[in-house]
Write a protein that binds this ligand. Structure first.
Ligand code: UFG
Length: 334
């Protein structure tokens, strides 16, 4: 079975590509490398896997001809779609590029799938489609009222996928990620953003003694220790969920959506303490004011993914920090 992975060179996409190859799928990545990631093509050549890596198609979702060529030349059976802009703060300043890339790009992709008879897609959605939580843990019935353009672009695509199923029979699984963390346990790929905004890599970057203090954004929230609580889901567990979602569609499953999280929240202070424990280092810390747009608590109710996809996330926060630290050291040549 041949799968095209858009954004397959990015952080989550590259882990999913490895999981697909390890599970025996043949994989083509489609990427414009706009964020500088070239993880898969650079790091997996020469690695022995069950499936075949068909290479990277350097193309842009805003160019319909690129998508048509990628699908046609390689005779794809399904698509897993990661390629998107994903920074909340940036989306508030530049909604135009978010709507163009995330919404128009996905529409081009769906149109090309329709034209080439590719009828299965797994899509990276986000907890940001729920907005400010009305209750936690958040289940899939929670109202979706995003509070930023990033979340709204993903929600728009979710709706578009419902309509493309009804009219054209393209079935989709929309996976709503909570906070993704960690790296491949074999240290083949990992997280590398520039600028880095995520919590765990930012804490780990402050362990290298170059004077960079970790900045903690807000300790006056209404939570158990005053810092924000998030649900950190391991990236390898997340990749497994994509394989299960694909199998669900291959076995005739209908269009649906699932939360991907762990049902458990950790505060920023708890994550910081765990990073000190895993690395064995005292990490320099500075408490700053709140970062705009951060809800106090975001925790997933993941029962639906467990029941229907038979997903079983098993890696801990400590596993995610350990693998992220291995990757950070590798990238620094330590
Ligand atoms: N934080 C810090 N210092 C940092 C970075 C983060 O204190 O240097 C804090 C944040 O203020 C927040 C928590 O750590 O309280 C987690 O922040 P992240 O930036 O790691 O993650 P977010 O919860 O903001 O967002 C992530 C994804 C979004 C997704 C969301 C869903 O980036 O795309 O999870 O839960 F929508």
């Amino acid at each position: 079975m041949k799968v095209m992975v858009t954004g397959g060179d990015g952080y989550i996409g590259s882990h999913c590509v490895l999981a697909l190859l390890d599970s025996g799928y043949d994989v083509l990545t489609f990427d414009n490398h706009s964020t500088g990631h070239i993880q898969t093509s650079e790091n997996i050549s020469g690695i022995s896997t069950e499936g075949r890596f068909l290479g990277t198609f350097s193309g842009d979702l805003l160019n319909v001809d690129d998508i048509n060529r990628a699908l046609k030349e390689n005779d794809m059976d399904a698509v897993i779609h990661f390629a998107a802009f994903s920074q909340v703060a940036e989306s508030m300043k530049r909604p135009d590029i978010y709507y163009r890339n995330n919404v128009c790009g996905t529409m081009n992709l769906l149109d090309a799938m329709k034209d080439h008879g590719v009828d299965k897609i797994v899509f990276s959605s986000t907890a940001a489609t729920y907005g400010e939580p009305e209750y936690t843990p958040i289940d899939e019935d929670h109202p979706q009222r995003p509070i930023n353009p990033y979340g709204r672009t993903k929600l728009t695509v979710e709706g578009m996928m419902d309509d493309y199923d009804l009219a054209y029979g393209i079935r989709s699984v929309r996976l709503r990620y909570f906070n993704v963390a960690g790296a491949d346990s074999g240290c083949r790929v990992g997280e590398w953003h520039d600028p880095e905004t995520h919590l765990i890599p930012n804490i780990l970057k402050s362990t290298f003694g170059d004077g960079k203090e970790f900045e903690l954004f807000g300790d006056d929230y209404d939570t158990r220790d005053g810092t924000c609580i998030r649900d950190y889901v391991n990236v390898e567990d997340l990749a497994d969920a994509h394989i299960l979602a694909l199998e669900y569609l291959v076995n005739g499953g209908g269009t649906d959506f699932f939360n991907l999280g762990t049902n458990e929240g950790s505060s920023v202070k708890e994550v910081f303490a765990e990073c000190e424990k895993v690395t064995g280092k005292k990490i320099p810390l500075k408490i700053k004011g709140r970062r705009p747009g951060d809800p106090a608590v975001l925790v997933a109710d993941n029962r639906k993914a467990k029941e229907i996809l038979h997903w079983n996330p098993r890696r801990t926060l400590s596993d995610s920090i350990r693998t992220a630290y291995m990757w950070e050291k590798k990238m620094r040549g330590n």
